[in-house]
Design a protein around this ligand. Structure first.
Ligand code: UD1
Length: 400
């Protein structure tokens, strides 16, 4: 299983806090990681890759302006704010982009960093931030935002004094970031709970960190197996981080066996309807698997409903799935899925990362050939979905 995108990106951002070399092993070879590396290089870090190992030498940071081209491509570029402010006291960036999955403001990032002594101002669409040495404070997040939690943890790690963060996100990727930072000399407690305490240190040191397996990629292939039928071993899949996904897919008919080195999945092609599903913050069912799940729900025995609780506007894929014969009605943040769809291949268009992966899964289940255009969205998060599915016996082609 490839390394986790959402764990690797903030750790790469945090490598800028180290005036030396950070080594990341099991780092996924995906477009978002390449984009983050370009951002790191732009500010003066030296980045090199040898197979799955990435080395970042951030001894000399020479620039505090992040180029629009990369920032608008990927929302997680916003997590560079905390590390850059901790290291060089200023930053200038355009507002971040990323997948088109509804409103994605950065107000919580800004409010939280202000609490540590950062001043923000906006000039002609460019966001400028400046600070002296950051100062520890109490920060209360109104919603457990993953990115805002990461940003404030990173800023607080090099701040003077103690920062108490309330209302934190508890996703495994927060734990990963805290583990990496602590391994580099930070003093952070409570990662993975709603309350994190950070005792600022003067500087961080060089370290090596192994990126954990990607729970969302594992979940995508698990749900794909449920929808299409078959038997698959998800090597190194992080079952401990996938409880809600395992529970739901098991209730829908997947036969699962969790082993120390991965998860066996067997499905006979019959998918039971769960009636209602809701996405939510960890440990609830992840929003990033909502689109793949839609495909399995299209195949289910009866009607079901799926409510999206994290992002508004994350059902864009429904329209494309309907072109393939699905029957999905979307009303605001809720989709009603008819079930028993006889999917038929046709030409569909990926509009964002997870929706794109869902279209490929639908193609696997469909009768006849399916063409999914805009593959680059899928390559943002999957190392090679064509290679992986071909390895499972799917008749699939596609150039990177
Ligand atoms: C991260 C993940 C993404 C995942 C999401 C939720 C990475 C690189 N991306 O995204 O794959 O889908 O967590 O698990 O790790 N919000 C605000 N203001 C802010 C920040 C967020 O209103 O300042 C809102 C967002 O619009 C959204 C919700 O809070 O509705 C959750 O967003 P957040 O947890 O911040 O997601 P990301 O960190 O962007």
């Amino acid at each position: 299983m490839q390394g986790s995108k959402n764990a690797a990106l903030p750790v790469l951002a945090a490598s800028l806090m180290v005036p030396g070399v950070t080594t990341l092993t099991n780092c996924p070879d995906i477009l978002d990681v390449a984009c983050m590396c370009s951002l790191l290089e732009h500010v003066g870090a030296k980045v090199s890759r040898r197979k799955k190992t990435l080395t970042v030498d951030a001894s000399g940071i020479v620039c505090h302006k992040l180029p629009r081209e990369y920032v608008t491509r990927m929302r997680s570029s916003v997590v560079l704010a905390g590390p850059m402010l901790g290291r060089c006291r200023e930053i200038a960036m355009t507002y971040p982009g990323g997948c088109v999955i509804g409103d994605r403001p950065i107000d919580m990032h800004i409010r939280a960093l202000e609490r540590l002594g950062v001043t923000f101002f906006d000039e002609q669409g460019i966001l400028y931030a400046r600070c002296g040495r950051l100062r520890g404070n109490t920060v209360v997040l109104p919603f457990p935002s993953v990115g805002a939690t990461q940003n404030v943890v990173m800023a607080a790690a090099l701040a003077e004094g103690i920062t108490k963060i309330e209302g934190c996100a508890a996703e495994p990727e927060i734990v990963a970031l805290c583990d990496f930072l602590n391994g580099a000399g930070a003093r952070i407690q409570g990662g993975g709970s709603r309350r994190i305490t950070v005792e600022g240190v003067k500087s961080l040191h060089e370290s090596t960190y192994r990126v954990e397996a990607d729970r969302i990629v594992a979940g995508t292939y698990l749900i794909g197996t449920l929808a299409a039928g078959g038997e698959v071993f998800l090597e190194n899949a992080p079952a401990g981080q996938m409880e809600s996904v395992l529970e739901l897919t098991e209730s829908m008919g997947a036969i699962l066996r969790v082993c120390p080195d991965g998860i066996w999945v067997r499905a006979g092609g019959t998918v039971f309807s769960p009636k209602t599903v809701e996405t939510g913050v960890y440990p609830a069912f992840p929003t990033d698997l909502q689109s793949p799940l839609l495909v399995a729900l299209c195949r289910a025995q009866s009607q079901s409903s799926l409510t999206e609780r994290i992002f508004n506007g994350r059902f864009a894929v429904a329209e494309e799935l309907n072109k393939m014969g699905a029957c999905i009605w979307v009303e605001q943040n809720r989709a009603v899925i008819q079930g028993k769809a006889a999917l038929a291949g046709c030409h569909v268009t990926a509009k964002e990362l997870r929706g794109g992966a869902a279209l490929v899964l639908a193609g696997v289940c469909a009768k006849g050939g399916t063409v999914v255009s805009n593959r680059h969205f899928i390559d943002r998060g999957y190392e090679d979905i064509v290679r992986d599915l071909r390895g499972l016996g799917v008749d699939i082609d596609g150039e990177k």
